[in-house]
Every structure is written in structure tokens, then in C-alpha cells.
Design a protein around this ligand. Structure first.
Ligand code: ACO
Length: 311
């Protein structure tokens, strides 16, 4: 009977129908979605930290308002994605537990420090730029709640990318110090942004199955090339230099050739040994522990209200 259900499921995927939470799905499909969506949710939540670091030091009220709004959007994306995960039969508590005990992965990119204001520009421009390239195809992913969440998330990411690029544009037209600051941020964020799109296709263990299920619509290497092709002309426009001596437009392929990515660094960061992994994890665990009284109070309040209704 399962075989029959599986055939029906595969046929639905082939017809580009959305799979909804209560539909029959193979166990592996369910687990893979919990894995990817929860990693994505954790990335949004941990991703608030590097930029949160600069909210109190934004150079103007306008910059502060935009940065605050962006970080709040990330909280929203995280909560939205946790909810989408919950439709697959895992609880929010289990997901938090996985993050706080270090069992869950989140994006490598958020384990790098934000040392100057220009990093707010570089993150918006590069990190959110890469996120959009990765997430636009996910608007067509086969699992309904994930696909629908991505539509809204991508719209907001696009604002994030623009606010970052505008910071870079302002700095790159500024004083010598400001230009140097923008260049330094590009130097530090360029390679980690390329790594963020995941290991090469040859090393990517999940791509083949995820493509079959139309969870992934483009491979890691395809997305990385698209990101590079889109971003290099933007760096030129800023008058900044991409820190890759091998970067060169290839007339024959119509794409940029680029240098070797340091995959050792990537795996070190993924395994917990990046510059800020411990700091990020401590911040999340402390926020959870220090927020316990708020959760308890909210529960007590809800119970009291419920009791009143019953009377
Ligand atoms: N950081 C940390 N871990 C990563 C990263 C990364 N940048 N890229 C890949 N990995 C992990 C994978 O999670 C997987 O580990 P697992 O088996 O323990 O889950 C392993 O490396 C092998 O990678 P792949 O086989 O290529 O994994 P996958 O097919 O899931 O592709 C990708 C990785 C592209 C990140 C995919 O999961 C995806 O598109 N996720 C949704 C988008 C997302 O999470 N973005 C987060 C940052 S964007 C933002 O928050 C602003």
C-alpha cells in the first residue's frame, strides 16, 4: 500500500502540485524538510546577532530605523519558518532544544564578527544578496508552507539587500577612511558569502534527492555562480575590488571564473570552530534562559484567562 501511496506522491511532485502538511509523504521527505527548514529558521534567529551588535551604534536615526526593521524582519522569518516546521510534527521546544544543545546547524555566515559599521553594508549587500539568490527558487519548492513563506521572506530580503547596498554606496563615495572601511568589509565578507551557498555539488550530500523532490530547484554551484555573476558588476559600480585575483569574466561561458574557495575554513566553521560560534550559541542560550520568566508569566496569564472563560 505504501508503494502505491509513494507512486501517487511522486506523480504529484511530477505535476508540480504542492504537498500540504496533512498529505501523505515519505518519511524521508518529512525529515529532510524539517532539517532544511529548521536550519533555515535557526539561521534567521542567530542571524539577528551580528547586526543586532550595531543597532545602538548606527550613525544616524534613519540608519538605525532601517537596521532595526531589518533585524525584526529576521525574527519574523525565523518564527514563520518554525511554524512551517511544526506542521510536519515536530514541536517548537524540540527545535529550540536542537539549537541550544548544538545539535542543529545554522548558516556558517553568522559565525563571523561584525567589526565596523561597513559590515552592516556588506552583510545586506552580500549575505542578503546571496540569501535572495538561494531563496527565490525556494518560492517554487514542493512543500506548500515553505514555498508560501519564501514569497514574503524574499520580498523582505530584497529590502535588506538594498539597504546594505546603499550603505556601501554612501561609504564608497565618502572620505578615504570610509572607502577603506567599505573595501575592508568586502574583503572579509566576500569568501564567507560564497561559502554560505553550501559545499560544491560534488560534496553536497543532499542535492540529488532534494532536486528530485523539487525541494531544491537549483544546485549550490549554480546558485554560487549566479551570485558571483550578479555581484561583481555591483562591486565595480562601487569602485571596490573583489578580493579574488583569479576572478575574470569568461567570454566563452558568459560567466565569471573565480578562485579556489577555502573549504577547510567552511567545514571548520560548520563544525563549530569559526570565530564566533561559541559567542553566538551563548547569546542564544542566555536569551532563552533569561526569558524563562516571560514565558512562565505568559503561560500563567493564558491559563487564568482560560479558567475565567470556563466559569
Ligand atoms: N552553513 C552551515 N551548514 C551548511 C551550509 C552553510 N552555509 N551549507 C551546507 N551546510 C550543511 C548542510 O546543512 C548539510 O548538513 P546536514 O546533513 O547536517 O544537514 C551539509 O552541509 C551538506 O550540505 P548539502 O548537502 O549541500 O545540504 P543542502 O542540500 O541542505 O543545501 C543549503 C544547503 C543550500 C544551505 C540548503 O539547505 C538551503 O537552501 N537552505 C535554505 C536556505 C537557508 O537555510 N539559508 C540560511 C542563510 S540565509 C539567511 O538566513 C539570511
Amino acid at each position: 500500500e505504501i508503494k502505491n501511496l509513494e507512486e501517487i506522491f511522486e506523480a504529484r511532485i511530477a505535476r508540480d502540485e504542492k504537498i500540504e502538511p496533512k498529505d501523505w509523504m515519505p518519511e524521508k521527505y518529512r525529515k529532510t524538510h524539517i532539517r532544511q527548514m529548521s536550519q533555515h529558521a535557526h539561521s534567521e534567529i542567530v542571524g539577528m546577532l551580528p547586526e543586532g551588535n550595531w543597532i545602538t551604534r548606527a550613525p544616524s536615526l534613519r540608519r538605525k530605523a532601517a537596521l532595526l526593521a531589518k533585524v525584526q524582519d529576521e525574527a519574523g522569518h525565523g518564527l514563520y519558518l518554525y511554524s512551517a516546521c511544526e506542521t510536519l510534527g515536530i514541536t517548537r521546544d524540540e527545535l529550540y532544544e536542537q539549537l541550544h544543545t548544538g545539535k542543529a546547524k545554522y548558516s556558517s555566515i553568522f559565525n563571523y564578527p561584525t567589526v565596523t559599521w561597513a559590515d552592516m553594508g556588506a552583510i545586506g549587500w552580500l549575505v542578503d544578496g546571496a540569501a535572495i539568490i538561494n531563496q527565490v527558487p525556494l518560492c517554487n519548492t514542493s512543500f506548500g508552507p515553505y514555498a508560501r513563506a519564501m514569497v514574503r521572506v524574499c520580498k523582505e530580503e530584497s529590502f535588506h539587500q538594498r539597504q546594505g547596498f546603499e550603505i556601501m554606496l554612501t561609504l564608497s563615495k565618502g572620505s578615504e577612511e570610509q572607502i577603506a572601511m567599505a573595501q575592508d568589509a568586502l574583503n572579509r565578507w566576500w569568501w564567507p558569502s560564497l561559502m554560505m551557498l553550501g559545499p560544491t555539488d560534488a560534496e553536497s550530500v543532499h542535492t540529488e534527492q532534494s532536486m528530485k523532490w523539487k525541494l531544491k530547484r537549483k544546485s549550490n554551484d549554480e546558485l554560487r555562480q549566479q551570485f558571483i555573476d550578479q555581484t561583481v558588476p555591483q562591486a565595480d559600480l562601487l569602485g571596490l575590488t573583489v578580493p579574488d585575483p583569479d576572478l575574470k569574466f569568461n567570454e566563452a561561458t558568459g560567466h565569471y571564473d573565480f578562485g579556489e574557495i577555502d573549504w577547510d575554513e567552511f567545514w571548520q566553521v560548520v563544525k563549530g570552530h569559526g570565530p564566533c560560534n561559541k559567542e553566538r550559541m551563548n547569546a542564544r542560550v542566555n536569551a532563552w534562559d533569561n526569558g524563562e520568566w516571560v514565558r512562565d508569566a505568559a503561560m500563567a496569564h493564558a491559563e487564568k484567562k482560560e479558567k475565567k472563560k470556563l466559569k
